[in-house]
Write a protein of this length. Structure first.
Length: 559
């Protein structure tokens, strides 16, 4: 038999006495029993494991722009280990719900997280609208509410602490209503853009505004995506900035204005980023690098005709080279003797081929390439008459020279510039004579005229000076027979033969004093008189010879 230790309890009124009997007995069976337990665990309210805070602090110095997000975070420590929601309200008032969903704010809900595991971080996000009804400073109240289906519990409201605590600050878009550029500006000039713009936000430091003006549409941040005209500094209102008009430019020019506040928030409305225009005005072309005959003295080369003289120049137009008129009857040159002056050699005065060649057309053989090309190289070719006034030594106008003025034109304006260096026009002494002297038939010892030199030669001045002549000749011959050169005599008048000057084989100057030609169609002339006496013992025959006339620049007093 097994030993059994049995414990019995005797109950009396109000007193429990335990009696222990120890009996050693032997049995062949075991006696056991059970008792059930039960408890109801009530739902307890969660607490904040980590107080609510703005995930990125939104302060007066760093407000959130209207239309951007504010994020809130917290951690719930739930005694019942329930999942939870983070709910952010505009007021200190929230209502629980049933079914395990999120509690709702009594007024405005500024963010509800997804269902979050106990002790894990939850995040709720709110997108600002600018019409929260709290102006710039928006106080918030955060709750963590468990997901209990029938007895939802929430914490008391938390507003966090420090910069990341309530409130958040909303930055509103600046007002931008008018943009005014300088109406008309020359290429390369300054165009001023003035905006009517301001910002009503005053939380912390009052907001300021700036203007950014782009040549093409689009900004990245607060900078032009393309080329910028200008940008202003931050100012309380009505920002302005100065830009430079492009070169080349003419006519309507587009620009795109943008306004931002001191927190880089863009203005809204029908002006911000919308194309507007101003006008780049027409400007006169500029003539430069005028070169007359490459800066060297002019030398006439063709008797009784013209010699082409070149004047070159560059015409620049900041509206673009296509704006330059460089065809016939457009840009032109005046070429003139300095004593005449430009004022006397223009469209109101007739040309004088001695001293003035007015409005000679200039052409542009190299043309205009367009695009950003501003320049046209022009050539002006002036056909200068053979009798144009010389200005070199021993001339009437030795104290003067020749110069040119090039006039560059566009469709409405013009500009002129003189040659960078005036040049001399050299003397060009030339003549033409009648081709033959016929003494007819004479006897030995006979004069062609009994008293005077009977034959004449007309000398024509075919250059630009008055002239004398140098005369020389050779013996007249026939089949080896000779009449000596000195048998011919000459003079400037019909003097008697014995008073004439004998022709020689070497050149001798005759003071002919032929005037300078001044009119192309009526050249100046003078006459040389000639006579011949046949020497004794001259064999009969038909004799011929040659007399050479050389042009010599005459004294200017005789021109």
């Amino acid at each position: 038999m097994n030993n059994l230790k049995k414990e019995n309890t005797l109950y009396t009124t109000g007193i429990a006495i335990t009696l222990i009997f120890s009996v050693i007995m032997q049995f062949n069976w075991v006696l056991a029993d059970t008792a059930t337990t039960a408890v109801v665990v009530a739902n307890s309210a969660p607490t904040f494991g980590t107080d609510a805070y703005e995930t990125t602090a939104v302060t007066t110095a760093a407000p959130v722009n209207t239309g951007s997000d504010v994020s809130f975070s917290a951690i719930s420590d739930d005694p019942n280990a329930n999942s939870y929601y983070l709910v952010v309200c505009s007021t200190d008032a929230i209502s629980t719900t049933t079914g395990g969903g999120s509690a709702t704010c009594d007024v405005a809900t500024w963010g509800t997280s997804t269902s979050t595991t106990d002790l894990a971080t939850s995040t709720a996000t709110y997108t600002t609208t600018g019409s929260e009804g709290c102006g710039e400073t928006c106080a918030w109240y955060a709750y963590v509410c468990d997901t209990h289906a029938t007895n939802q519990k929430c914490t008391a409201a938390s507003q966090g602490t420090g910069d990341s605590g309530s409130a958040f600050y909303v930055n509103h878009a600046p007002a931008f209503t008018v943009i005014t550029p300088t109406a008309s500006v020359a290429p390369g000039g300054t165009v001023t853009f003035t905006a009517t713009a301001s910002d009503a936000d005053t939380s912390g430091t009052a907001d300021t505004v700036k203007l950014v003006v782009c040549k093409t549409e689009g900004v990245t941040g607060t900078s032009c995506t393309g080329t910028e005209y200008c940008s202003s500094s931050l100012t309380a209102s009505n920002p302005t900035c100065d830009g430079t008009v492009p070169i080349p430019a003419e006519g309507t020019q587009n620009y795109y204005p943008y306004v931002f506040d001191s927190h880089d928030m863009a203005a809204t409305g029908s002006i911000h980023g919308v194309v507007d225009t101003y006008t780049a005005t027409n400007v006169a072309p500029v003539v430069s690098s005028v070169s007359l005959n490459s800066g060297t003295a002019i030398t006439l080369t063709t008797e009784s005709s013209t010699t082409d003289i070149s004047i070159t120049a560059t015409i620049t137009d900041n509206n673009g080279c296509a704006d330059i008129d460089s065809g016939a009857s457009d840009s032109y040159v005046d070429l003139y003797r300095s004593g005449i002056g430009r004022s006397s050699c223009d469209a109101n005065a007739e040309d004088d081929n001695n001293n003035c060649y007015a409005e000679v057309d200039c052409l542009a053989p190299t043309g205009c390439e367009g695009g950003t090309d501003l320049d046209v190289a022009i050539i002006c070719t002036v056909p200068v008459q053979y009798h144009a006034d010389p200005t070199d030594e021993s001339t009437i106008y030795v104290a003067e020279n020749w110069t040119g003025t090039v006039v560059g034109k566009d469709e409405a304006l013009d500009h002129e510039a003189n040659a960078t260096a005036a040049v001399e026009l050299n003397s060009f002494s030339a003549l033409d004579v009648t081709s033959a002297i016929d003494y007819t038939s004479l006897n030995v010892g006979e004069l062609a005229d009994a008293t005077v030199l009977p034959q004449t030669v007309t000398v024509t001045a075919t250059g630009n000076t008055g002239i004398d002549v140098e005369l020389s000749g050779i013996n007249m011959t026939d089949s080896g027979n000779t009449i000596v050169v000195g048998a011919q005599k000459y003079g400037t008048t019909a003097v008697q033969y014995q008073n004439g000057t004998a022709l020689t084989t070497s050149a001798a100057e005759l003071e002919l004093n032929c005037a300078k030609t001044t009119t192309s169609g009526s050249a100046a002339t003078s006459t040389v008189y000639w006579g011949l006496q046949i020497p004794n013992k001259t064999v009969t025959g038909s004799y011929s010879g040659t007399i050479t006339f050389g042009a010599v620049k005459g004294e200017s007093a005789n021109w």
